[in-house]
Design a protein around this ligand. Structure first.
Ligand code: NAD
Ligand code: TYD
Length: 339
């Protein structure tokens, strides 16, 4: 089985590459990644010499490069993680989100049509459903919840989802979509809440909590997300959407306090800052469908996963230090230039 994993140098994509190489020693995994600021080649260093792995630096919007790779590799499956993924950046500059997240998805699917792949899987997000009120804990996102986005990021992901479903209906492309809640774990880029707070707390820097800190996210350990995608690409039904989440809702402020407690740091570091524009209040996934249809259940409890994650950041300063200093971008420029 040949699988193209786009965005495999990012947070979830790299965890997926590791999961697949470990679980399926006879599969060939080809990672296509543009190496934006969020892609980190050092994350994939241990598998670079694995004969079942190939890394290709390319943009999913670059039709010629995508076609060339499909021609060379004749993939059976494509799993699309490649995206601009940070809500705050999408508020600053929506354009690149539309290009990568929507145009890039269409370029990939056009190649899938041309080369007749067995499955195109789109890695989407619960953010396409908008948000839920804090005072209605009985409400959850199901696959039938209407798309109702808040940020340029979630709008671009929703646009991509609609396009994926349209390619299925119009061209018969064999697609599946997963919509997952917030992930956490190793290799999470330190602009996102959990790694940002861990690293800033380690440096005794202020921890910027947006608004009142009561916004709720539904956290899932990244390995559980990877296992869900593995199940969907092997056993999921073509044309279907699967919600992925572990019923683990936490207010941001409680996460921040937990991190401070684990690191033995003072809550005086917490600083309430201006709220994010359009800030979604609460996300909460109903994962009944993937549980009933594919037998998926999350395996890592948040209490264990967050301790494991903090320990990982403590032990892997060599991974995040160059990111913070910007050193790795200089390295890419030297190695790849404008290639
Ligand atoms: P990330 O920002 O850590 O990684 C994105 C990767 O995509 C990087 O390696 C980057 O270099 C690459 N990339 C960006 N633009 C590209 C382009 N034009 N061509 C090729 N590669 C490109 O993101 P992540 O957090 O790992 O998220 C991966 C996917 O999962 C995204 O599609 C995101 O929307 C989705 N998702 C993320 C979460 C989460 O909590 N992080 C939750 C649900 C869904
Ligand atoms: P984030 O990790 O950016 O994920 P998303 O916005 O996709 O859910 O943010 C998680 C939550 O943490 C979100 O409610 C915004 C909040 N947040 C802060 O309070 N401070 C920060 O510095 C960041 C990055 C996020």
């Amino acid at each position: 089985m040949n699988i193209i994993v786009t965005g495999g140098a990012g947070f979830i994509g790299s965890n997926f590459v590791y999961h697949m190489l470990n679980k399926y020693p006879d599969y060939r995994i080809i990672c296509l990644d543009k190496l934006t600021y969020a892609g980190n080649l050092s994350t994939l260093e241990p598998v670079m010499s694995n004969p079942n792995f190939r890394f290709v630096k390319a943009d999913i919007c670059d039709k010629a490069a995508v076609d060339k790779l499909f021609e060379e590799e004749k993939p059976d499956i494509v799993v699309n993680f490649a995206a601009e993924s940070h809500v705050d950046r999408s508020i600053e500059n929506p354009q690149i989100f539309l290009e990568t997240n929507i145009i890039g998805t269409s370029v990939l699917m056009d190649a899938c049509r041309k080369y007749g792949i067995k499955r195109y899987h789109q890695v989407s997000t619960d953010e396409v459903y908008g948000d839920l009120p804090l005072d209605r804990p009985d409400l959850f996102f199901t696959e039938n919840t209407p798309i109702h986005t808040s940020s340029p990021y979630s709008s671009s992901k929703a646009g991509a989802d609609l396009l994926v479903l349209a390619y299925h209906r119009t061209y018969g492309l064999p697609v599946t979509i997963s919509r997952c809640s917030n992930n956490y774990g190793p290799y999470h880029f330190p602009e996102k809440l959990i790694p940002l707070m861990i690293i800033r707390a380690l440096h005794d820097e202020s921890l910027p909590v947006y608004g009142d800190g009561l916004n709720v996210r539904d956290w899932l350990y990244v390995e559980d997300h990877c296992k869900a995608i593995d199940l969907i690409i092997h056993n999921g039904k073509v044309g279907e959407v699967y919600n992925v989440g572990g019923h683990n809702e936490m207010a941001n402020i409680d996460i921040v306090k937990l991190i401070l407690k684990e690191l033995g740091k003072s809550e005086d570091l917490i600083t309430y800052v201006t709220d994010r524009a359009g800030h979604d209040r609460r996300y909460a996934i109903d994962p009944t469908k993937i549980h009933n249809d594919l037998g998926w259940l999350p395996e890592t409890k948040f209490a264990d996963g967050i301790v494991k994650t903090i320990k990982w950041y403590l032990e892997n300063e060599s991974w995040w230090q160059p990111i913070i200093s910007g050193e790795y971008m200089d390295y890419y420029q030297k190695m790849y230039g404008d290639k």
